[in-house]
Write a protein that binds this ligand. Sequence first.
Ligand code: 3SL
Length: 243
Amino acid sequence: MAKIETVLSPALFHLYEEGLHEKNVVVIDILRATTTMCVAFENGVSEMVPVSTPEEAAILHTKGYIAAAERHGETVSGFELGNSPQDYTRERVGNKKIAITTTNGTRALVMSAAAKRVYVGSFIHISALAETLLKDGRDVLLFCAGWKDKFNLEDTLFAGALAQKLLAGMTVEGDSTLAAIDLYQTASADLAGYLQKASHVGRFKSLHVESDLDICLRMDISTKIPVFSKGVINLLHHESAHI
Ligand code: 3SL
């Protein structure tokens, strides 16, 4: 039976790298990078390129990409888009290509590149994602992007929610997944209420972007599955119909 493991912070990622090329990785940055990417694909973006620095995004801008850059929760000055899912509307991103850099999420994607397949995780497509991973049947690594190498609640909650669904056909390997499931079960009746104590929700409050929280916690409003492969995020059926 395939196994589910959970990396609670990028600082721990090296402990899980053995056999990575045979595993599926789900990169999780619920607030907000991976949710925003899923919203962008739901709204018709044609491709997204996650890059490490604003400078790289700016270079891709000269090649026809919309450049998006976030640091410390704020849009980097001079960039057309930041990292709020509310900005990735069909009008702004439909049929466009976007180069994006964020504090933690794009870094975790780039770190995962050696995996068999890298999925972009979010509550907005959690059931479709779980179904795809179960059908694929390979071991899964749930990779929480955290905040600057530190643990965070929201990514761990999502790892627990997804792991709980994957238990339909997989087994848990390691205590981090068990802890994530327990956390999700504690919080599931009121995720937004539970997350009021999360450090990143505190940052949202000081940046006046609290309304992003509800969007990032919406469940199953999309069935589109973005995957990161060869430097580009695309929808799964674009990359390969074979899983
Ligand atoms: O860390 C990241 O990649 C971002 O998602 C952080 S923020 O939500 O844009 O502040």
